[in-house]
Design a binder for this molecule. Sequence first.
Ligand SMILES: N[C@@H](CCC[C@H](N)C(=O)O)C(=O)O
Length: 285
Amino acid sequence: MLIGHGTQNDFVVLPDPDGTGWPESRLDAAMVRRLCERRAGLGGDGVLRVVPSVHVPDAPAVLGEALGRCEWFMDHRNADGSTAEMCGNGIRLFLHVLVTEGLVERTACADGIWVGTRGGPRRVGATADGGYWVDMGPARPFGAGTAHLDGASFPGRAVSMGNPHLAVLTDVDVDTLDLATAPAVDAALFPDGVNVEFVNVVDPGRHVRLRVSERGVGETRSCGTGACAAAWAALEAAGAATGTVTVDVPGGRLGVTVDEQTTVLSGPAVVVATGELTVEWLRAT
Ligand SMILES: N[C@@H](CCC[C@H](N)C(=O)O)C(=O)O
């Protein structure tokens, strides 16, 4: 077991290289919630199981013909035990753990390796400065929505990065918002829930800062898919379809490059600790 983070979006990471350590019967929603609990558990915004795709029952359906090229699968769970299609910070940490655990050579990652996710295959690689990049695929806008928070309404753009986002560009200083409660949104537009980013533009089309309320978690210090959705919305607002946007989050800084085909997210990944769960904790309910 490891604890790690990407720009302070933190995860309990469970290496399961032969697919027998953490079967669904053991890693059910209740166990995920216990692991992510910050006082009686390890604490985290989610869990990442590092497992070969061949051991994941969902993998053939979500990867299709890409199953053969995705040796590893990022089995992501939110802190409330729900699954998500994609996690931009998590997948960088996922590759970092594959490297630090000796499961993949860092030198083999320069051009990226394919990793399976519930949102489909993603290519993720190492950068020369010790960080990681991931090809997130294109942002897919699907309408306009509104976030309601503390009696105020914030219009935004609904954007899919594999998972759903509402990217709200606002002149209200994001540091003044109370995100202790998730913003209310239109359930018809977001039937599976949504991650909501509140975004201040620092330099149009080039630099933003954001805070995020994540589906299945609450406010987090960073969201990689959210950074991509925010960058796309910031570029659109600046009248640009492509460009590179610096995204400052409470937990650090991410880079997002949008071109005609895709979106590339880059940023750090850190392993904080490795260890073992005690039998006493595992047996308790
Ligand atoms: N923090 C993640 C996104 C995790 C999933 C999200 N909460 C959802 O349910 O869609 C990221 O870095 O992208």
